[in-house]
Design a protein around this ligand. Sequence first.
Ligand code: K1U
Ligand code: ZN
Length: 167
Amino acid sequence: MALLHILRYPDARLHKVAAPVTVFDDGLKQLVADMAESMYAAPGIGLAATQVDVHKQVIVVDVSERRDSLIVLVNPEIVESHGVSDIEEGCLSVPTVYDTVPRAERVKVRAYDQNGTPFTLEAQGLLSVCLQHEMDHLRGKVFVEYLSQLKQQRVRAKLAKQLKKSA
Ligand code: K1U
Ligand code: ZN
């Protein structure tokens, strides 16, 4: 397994649109294993392939306290959504920035696992918000892009300052 580099906002590669997976081979299983390892190491509760510069529709998620309930979603699709959530979000590609953005409280997602077996998942609360956040990454959208222009300017300034400090 390998730790993958996670792209940082405002990297343009975060805006690429991921393609559906058509082949469920050993390369896909390796990507999933590397993404899971990278998510746990970060640490995070989700990771989209886009964030590691792989533009395929693959997501890993684990919102459990014990970090022992990995969910792998390939080609995920929201088929139902209900309610409004007020859960604050973070992003491994936008470190130290947290905010709430418009999200449904509950979603029903259809996806495939890494072997190509289809399944349906009904999620609420943090899992629901995390799934919506990761699926946005696959569409090339980063959560801060829902914020006002003023907040986005502040985010960019904060990240530029962090980058300068770490250089
Ligand atoms: O996509 C990502 O960048 C991962 C992101 C997912 C997410 C978090 C919160 C709401 C929506 C989506 C993160 O995992 S940020 C880190 C984080 O929230 C966390 C890390 C360790 C323990 C608990 C939470
Ligand atoms: Zn994110």
